[in-house]
Design a binder for this molecule. Structure first.
Ligand SMILES: [Zn+2]
Ligand SMILES: [Zn+2]
Length: 142
């Protein structure tokens, strides 16, 4: 059985002894709808419309907790603010070097890239991801 959405949230929370609070549930709901790999600040701006008294610190700590227990992923960083990815499925990223958008890329060939033996001899590889960079459709037009 696969767990997705709020089911996954309840299941993972239980497994990790995480209390399911209305704030945590609300933050997770916002994450489920986010397709843009938002920062903590982006999430805060969305959640504060629903829960006006929530603090940025709460949102930030909750996101860190979620990533620690495997509910969401932290997007591979570039030294900027952490960006979060609620899509735990295997996929790849295209990052626009001008506007900073991170767009999901799905490609079977990328999924099946083999890790060379010289690398597996040195490291234990637990995930593989292709990251493409360039100009997105909007930025590439001028
Ligand atoms: Zn762009
Ligand atoms: Zn993604």
């Amino acid at each position: 059985m696969s767990h997705s959405g709020l089911d996954l949230f309840c299941w993972k929370a239980k497994e990790n002894g995480l209390k399911i609070t209305p704030q945590r549930t609300a933050i997770f709901r916002v994450l489920l709808k986010a397709k843009d790999h938002p920062t903590a600040d982006d999430i805060y701006k969305r959640i504060v419309k629903k829960i006006p008294n929530i603090s940025f610190d709460t949102v930030n700590r909750t996101l860190l907790t979620f990533s620690e227990v495997g509910l969401i992923k932290v997007v591979e960083g570039y030294g900027q603010a952490k960006r979060y990815d609620p899509d735990l499925g295997l996929h790849h990223h295209f990052r626009c070097i001008r506007c900073g958008r991170i767009i999901d890329v799905h490609n079977k060939d990328y999924d099946n890239i083999a890790v060379p033996a010289e690398i597996t001899k040195r490291f234990t590889v637990t995930s593989k991801k292709v990251v493409l960079e360039g100009l997105c459709g909007t930025c590439g037009k001028d």
